[in-house]
Every structure is written in C-alpha cells, then in structure tokens.
Design a protein around this ligand. Structure first.
Ligand code: PGA
Length: 241
C-alpha cells in the first residue's frame, strides 16, 4: 500500500483531487467510483477548481456512487444523490446520464443491486474508487460483520454509523436505518483505490487496515489484498501507525 501522510486537510484535498483528475487526463472516459461524507469534500473542491480552470474535462466520464440511503427522497438534502450534486456534479460537466447511483427507493431493492453490478460491468469496471473509512472500519456501508458481503446489497446500519451520520440530520431519529451499498467484491474489483482518512477518530481503523488481520470485523482490512491502494492520511489519522 502506498501510504501518504500530510500536514493538513487542505493538502490532502489538493493531492486527492489531483489524483482523481490525473486519472481523467490519462483516460478521458474513465469510470470513477465516488464517495460521500465529509472526507471527500476538499478533494471534490479541487476537482471543481481544476475543471473551472480548464485543466480537466469530465464530459466522457462515468461515475458510480458507493451507496445511498433506503427510502429517503433523492431530493432530501441528506440523500447522497443531493450531496453529490451539491458538492460536485452541479459544478463540473459529467453528463447526467453518466451519473449512477443505487436507487434506495426501488421497489425491488435486491434486483436494483443486481442491476447496479451489471451496469458497472457494462461500463468496463471502475478505474479509481475513492473511499472514506468509518471509525468502525466500514467502507461504503459495509459494516463490521461475520462475513464479507460480496456484491451490492441492502444493509441495516450499525448504531455507531447512525450516530456518526446523525450530525447531518436535525435529529438522530431522522437518520435512515437501512442503505443500499456496493459490496466488498464490487469495491475490490476497482482497478485502483484511493482511501482518505482525517482525524484521530479514524486512527484505530487505519491501523487495523494497514497492520491488522484481514477480517470482516474491520471491512477496510480487506484492502490489504488489493494490489493498487493509495492511502492519504492526516497526521492524526496516521497517529497509531
Ligand atoms: P466521513 O465518513 O467522511 O463523514 O468521515 C466516512 C465513511 O463513513 O465512510
């Protein structure tokens, strides 16, 4: 694993945004796997900045987001659909039809998950998957569990994740308790992975990811088996290494 440690979140934002854009410069029709949460905000700002400065063109790019809440209106400000539009898609030129999400409002969620996998495959697979990490070691909504879930699936969120995410909602009761998420196999099939972690509360999960046993109790630890992983960490997230 390529472990890069930076002084500030700003520096990580620039480095990570440049890394994503570098992929697009090299292959204009890249397939990008994207993430939500507070971690990717600065990388997305950098991608927007490079686009606005005419450095990079996203017109041939396709995206797949990692996950979405179940039964939350996509227009709700807390849907990942809204998040991505507000923080990235509304400011760059990815054609709307190239933007893909798991539909958490699909009638048949199991079928929706199967279709999503087919779409990723039909697009040629993901070139770079951007990931955050949960304080409990989750990636996307793959929560600590007894076994790894391979493909996209419906998941009931752990209490700790509901609590972590409640900061975006008015009250914890409003946080959906289910989500649809890419599986560990979907993520592991990405050609490259860029994982970012900020802050002390990610330090234990990062230590386990890098040095620990590979176990579904820390889903991110499976990344030890991927051949092209870059980690961008601030000093706090790297403090236990
Ligand atoms: P965060 O979430 O970026 O808001 O810390 C990361 C995650 O839970 O994957």
């Amino acid at each position: 694993m390529n472990v890069l440690i930076y002084d500030t979140e700003e520096q990580i934002g620039i480095a990570a945004g440049n890394y994503m854009c570098g992929q697009v410069l090299q292959k204009p029709d890249s397939v990008l796997g994207l993430a939500t949460g507070s971690t990717p905000l600065k990388p997305y700002n950098q991608m927007i900045d490079l686009y606005k400065r005419g450095v990079v063109d996203f017109s041939q790019v396709t995206t797949f987001n990692l996950d979405e809440y179940v039964r939350l209106n996509v227009k709700d400000k807390n849907s990942y659909h809204s998040f991505m539009h507000e923080n990235l898609f509304d400011h760059i030129n990815i054609p709307e039809e190239n933007i893909n999400f798991l539909n958490g409002n699909a009638e048949d969620l199991e079928q929706e998950c199967k279709n999503y996998e087919k779409k990723i495959k039909a697009a040629g697979g993901i070139d770079i998957q951007l990931l955050g990490i949960g304080s409990n070691g989750h990636i996307a909504f793959n929560e600590p569990a007894d076994c790894f879930q391979r493909w996209s699936h419906v998941v009931t969120l752990k209490e700790s994740t509901v609590k972590d995410n409640s900061r975006f909602f008015t009250s914890i009761e409003e946080v959906p308790t289910q989500a649809v998420t890419m599986g560990i196999g979907s993520i592991m099939q990405a050609k490259k992975i860029l994982i970012i972690a900020l802050g002390k509360k990610k330090a234990a999960a990062i230590k386990q990811l890098i040095d620990g046993n590979v176990t579904p109790m820390c889903p991110a630890s499976v990344l030890q088996f991927h051949t092209d992983v870059t980690l961008m960490l601030d000093k706090e997230a790297a403090s236990l290494l």
